[in-house]
Ligand binder design. Sequence first.
Ligand code: ZN
Length: 378
Amino acid sequence: MKLLKNCFLFNPEKMGKKDILFSNNMIISIEDEIDISGVSNIQIHDMKNRFVVPGFIDNHVHITGGGGEGGFGTRIDPITADDIYKSGVTTVIGLLGTDGTTRTIEDLFAKAKTLNKKNITTYILTGSYRVPVKTLTGSIIKDIVFIDNIIGTGEIAISDHRSSYPSREELIKIITDSARGGLLANKAGVVNFHVGKDKKGIEDLIYLVKNYDISPKNILPTHMNRSKYLLREGIKYIKEGGLIDLTASSSSKDYRNKAEDFNFLIESGADIEKITFSSDGQGSLPRFTPQGKFLKMGVGKLNSLHETFKSLILDFNFKLEEALLPITRNPSAIYKLDKKGEIKAGSDPDFVVLNRDNYDIDFVISGGKYVFKNKKNM
Ligand code: ZN
């Protein structure tokens, strides 16, 4: 067992000074002061009043590598455990994107299992951009019901030249199959939609939740901060009960911009609990000159979540507990990850320990083990 003394805890609500006792499997107790006199075999670590927050959840990562839109030379490498550790992410949802041809769901499944062995909780979605959806067992429902780590479907592309331009009927089938699989297996059954540049945006999704008995809880459109237009559509959609995901990675590493997108939504009256941030990690980020000439293929980074979180606090005056929501409790609620996104007795022991001066990551504890220590700040 391990005991973290003198934490300044955000669970994500501000809880103040606490001690946290945990094993490798779960958080055992959280008290103002935990007395362990007479108990042997406990490692004690004094957090010296650092901020201790839930491990981050990244709900959109191309764990087996994305890209490939410029030929085989532009395929992006699979992610490494180290990339994940240092970003503060302790829970990952892996998925396939444009390339469902040379990349397979079988490989995605195996990679997720590998990351699990390395103390990173990893789930996956079935399918890729293309419709009809390519699955592991031949059906979306069976994938979700029978494969333990498959919790939904995606990313299904809409409004994009790389999509199959699925009809509303096809969308209904994908969403209802996914939802039904979720019901049977008590999983989220969420469909993650990649939303492209076409003006049509999420028009079909808005239509479906308005006109059918389809729950918006089973739908999460992503890249919704691709343009101001789409952000505004997102506000409309949230008002219909919808959920939206913003992409934090940026080829120019301008995370202030990403925080500004979030700020725009909140200032426009969007419910903070309906919004998540994901990194699109290991996805392709083409870089262009100011004149629009293709420069090179960049790669989505998981640390974009932490960078954007910092910008929300430092540049836009969000409270720490608010800036945590889109990367902790909100994705946990949407994807039904009951033991994730909050720090409470019974939850998984996943913590990010932040420096009080600059919100940098000092430590990451994932699955009860230290997986990252920032030597600069020891
Ligand atoms: Zn995408």
